[in-house]
Design a protein around this ligand. Structure first.
Ligand code: BGC
Length: 768
């Protein structure tokens, strides 16, 4: 096909044609302009498998879609902590999209899990922006390696489903930058997605779809995004404001309404033709990218992708507890009870726009029967129904007790029914259905070797019942091969290596956003600020059921030789993260008797940053595979950004020189080795203005000397002896200089401040 030349086409398109390109055609296509040979391209959900709808479209997951491999949803993928694995998933989804003629896959979704109650947490990766960013970038890279675009979503601060089309997330600048935007920034800068999808909600009062600061200043000007911004489906409130803010494509089609309003605005002079040109050119560029010669599309490899889905699901399973090494199941078992409808009817994905029609589905029960062979008695009892999750069924319960009685081990498959979590609404609690817990109680009463296998897309509280399980496997929603993958782990064919990308708290009232979720009157205040997930539990020193990063293995790992070398930082930037500051290495050894994988986690704390500050933040992770007795050195590079915080005053990243704790471990609460190092860096000069305080002037590299000089030579004589008294300095520090006139008379006050600011400006001007 002839390459598409956006610049040339722009010159030929009429204004009406241009505006028509800024809204979709139907549900899943861009508009074609036949006159100029501009074809339409197709986009499809979604993040964990292709949801291509050949017929009429819908974005609530009700309509038909062509069969595609259903990979583990993001909640599971996040637990893999394995970027290479996630990239392979992306590549497989990309290949299926290409084979189906889909140009852009609408994912990944990388919103932060602000609360366990978000109904869509199963579609998101983590409570931590590094995990979300690294794995999100891997998905994008994988999808795009197939010549298919990704759509990074939902940009931004879309952390709940309640009132999602209107709610305003009230978030301070630091929290946005460090938590809610950080993952997006990493993906944009490192994986260059073809498109970014703006979210439905408002941020600090402004719809994401018409937020110029977000879509243009931050996304494009700062992060260098060069792709297209598409709206979430129906997210555009005011199409004229949206295109002016940097939104390029409204989806789905607004049946001509959006283009008409934009056209009228340009014709009346209310909007500029230039913004329409810019957006049109970006639409054309996207179409051009999709049409470019991306190599031949291979036939879909259903069997290969199913095998990959099984491998991946196995890498995402988290072994939460394993008392007495009950798992893996001992060879030679003669009698196993399998309890729980989910063993037979697996719940493997969530509801809504991401729902895939799988090519096939593996259930744990049949896989287990096949794997254990005829010599083993396997008694199955459904125990409970999943259609009416709270209804007790005495006969089902009795069946579970009967199956469990006399078995050498009980495998209880529990989890959330589909109606408990979905796109479109949030959860009301974090509990398993009480009916399932009654089944657990009943089987426990007759059998003291119980393994619980969980199927859920968002965390469930375990505190109430975990003492009734010797072992717990968190299988998440494992995709179409999740049932088989669970068996791989149960029998030890796969050694579990998933780690929690989300804390499991003791109870809902412990969670960071508890007092501020889901907000009211279309407003939700992010009052917990940067203290999301483990950052909160660690700050308030609260016990949790299972901490962020936790996950057991059938083997054990030892950590030795933590080495941190501080680099002087004067070298040029390594990449977007700035100059290199530290090199960290640690030796990890498989100290057990089985091959296994460890997720080595690097946490950093800035000890000289003003409190409240995070106790530790994940700044690196690496999954390593080790045979028994083998060891490997794992190393990390930390740059300016990894040690910095966002300063609202400076509107930028600031590195506080001083001490940093560098720690490595197997979870956020299983730190194995730690050390403290000093990092020297020039203190960032915060801008001084008329409201700056005595303390801020003293801290300023240039302002400091000017202030001292003024104090020394003031009309009332030398005031610098005051500075000898630390208490006085501390007390004065919070006073704006202008207000010190009340205490120090003419030596301070407006005239002095104006003079100092003038001199400062002169010193800092480029000609000075
Ligand atoms: C969802 C998006 C999805 C779109 C298209 C929206 O409701 O929020 O994630 O990509 O529909 O189905």
């Amino acid at each position: 096909m002839r390459p598409l030349d956006p610049a040339a086409l722009l010159a030929e398109l009429t204004l009406e044609e241009k505006t028509s390109l800024l809204s979709g055609s139907g549900f899943w296509h861009t508009r074609a302009i036949d006159r100029l040979g501009i074809p339409s391209i197709m986009v499809s959900d979604g993040p964990h498998g292709l949801r291509k709808q050949p017929g009429p479209g819908d974005h609530v997951g009700s309509g038909e879609s062509v069969p595609a491999t259903c990979f583990p949803p993001a909640a599971a993928l996040g637990s893999s902590f394995d970027a290479d694995l996630v990239r392979r998933v992306g590549a497989a989804i990309g290949a299926e999209a290409r084979a189906q003629g889909v140009a852009v896959v609408l994912g990944p979704g990388i919103n932060i899990k602000r609360t366990p109650l978000c109904g869509r947490n199963f579609e998101y990766l983590s409570e931590d922006p590094l995990v979300s960013g690294v794995l999100g970038a891997a998905l994008v890279a994988g999808i795009q390696s197939q010549g298919v675009g990704a759509s990074l979503k939902h940009f931004a601060a879309n952390n709940q489903e309640t009132d999602r089309l209107r709610v305003s997330a009230v978030v301070d600048e630091r929290t946005l930058r460090e938590i809610y935007l950080a993952g997006f920034e990493r993906v944009v800068r490192t994986a260059a997605p073809w498109t970014v999808m703006c979210s439905y909600n408002r941020i600090n009062g402004v719809y994401a779809s018409q937020d110029r600061w977000l879509l243009t200043e931050v996304l494009r000007d700062e992060w260098g995004f060069d792709g297209l911004v598409v709206s979430d489906w129906g997210a555009v409130d005011d199409p004229v404001a949206a295109v002016a803010a940097g939104l390029d494509l409204e989806m789905p089609s607004s049946q001509g309404a959006g283009p008409r309003r934009i056209l009228e605005a340009v014709e009346s002079g209310a909007s500029s033709a230039a913004v329409v040109d810019l957006a049109t050119e970006r639409v054309l560029r996207l179409v051009g990218r999709a049409l470019a010669d991306n190599g031949p599309a291979g036939a879909p490899d259903d069997a290969g992708h199913h095998a990959l889905a099984r491998e991946v699901a196995g890498q995402c399973v988290v072994l939460l507890k394993n008392d007495g090494d009950l798992l893996p199941l001992a060879p030679g078992l003669g009698h196993v009870a399998v309890v729980g409808e989910f063993a037979r009817s697996p719940r493997f994905q969530g509801a809504g726009s991401s729902k895939v029609t799988p090519t096939r589905v593996d259930d744990a029960l049949r896989t287990l029967l096949a794997r254990l062979g005829d010599g083993v008695q396997v008694d199955f009892a459904a125990g409970f129904g999943v259609d009416d999750p709270e209804a007790d069924d005495a006969a089902l319960l009795a069946g579970a007790v009967e199956a469990a009685t006399g078995a050498e081990v009980v495998l209880a498959f529990l989890g959330l029914p589909a109606s408990f979590e979905s796109e479109g609404f949030d959860r009301e609690h974090m509990d398993l259905p009480s009916q399932q817990l009654r089944v657990l109680d009943a089987v426990r009463a007759v059998n003291d070797r119980v393994v619980v296998v969980l199927a859920n897309g968002s965390v469930v509280a375990t505190a109430e019942w975990e003492d009734r399980a010797d072992a717990i496997l968190e299988g998440w929603l494992g995709g179409q091969a999740g049932g088989a993958a669970i068996v791989d782990v149960l029998v030890g064919d796969v050694n579990p290596s998933g780690r929690l990308a989300e804390t499991i708290p003791l109870r809902l009232s412990d969670t960071p956003a508890f007092a501020n979720f889901p907000g009211a009157d279309s407003q939700v205040v992010y009052g917990e600020r940067i203290f999301v997930g483990y950052r909160h539990y660690d700050l308030v020193d609260r016990p949790v059921s299972f901490p962020f990063g936790h996950g057991l293995s059938y083997t054990t790992f030892g950590y030795t030789e933590l080495q941190v070398s501080v680099v002087d930082g004067s070298d040029a930037s390594v990449d977007w993260r700035g100059a290199e500051r530290m090199r960290v290495s640690v030796r990890v050894t498989n100290t057990g008797d089985r091959a296994g994988k460890e997720v080595v986690q690097l946490y950093v704390a800035a000890l000289d940053t003003a409190p409240p500050r995070p106790v530790r933040e994940l700044r690196g992770f690496e999954k390593v595979a080790l045979d028994p007795g083998a060891s490997v050195e794992v190393s990390f590079v930390l740059c300016d950004r990894d040690l910095s915080r966002w300063s609202t005053r400076a509107h930028g990243w600031v590195l506080d020189p001083g001490s940093f704790e560098v720690a490595v471990g197997a979870s956020s609460r299983d730190i194995r080795l730690a050390t403290t190092v000093a990092v020297e860096a020039p203190r960032t000069a915060l801008p001084l203005d008329r409201s700056s305080t005595f303390g801020e002037w003293l801290d300023h590299p240039v302002g400091h000397d000017m202030l001292i000089e003024a104090l020394r030579t003031g009309p009332g004589g030398d005031l610098t002896p005051l500075l000898a008294d630390a208490e006085t300095v501390k007390m004065l520090s919070s006073f704006p200089l202008t207000r010190l006139a009340t205490m120090m008379g003419d030596a301070m006050g407006d005239a002095l401040v104006d003079r100092l600011l003038g001199r400062l400006a002169a010193r800092q001007s480029p000609d000075a």
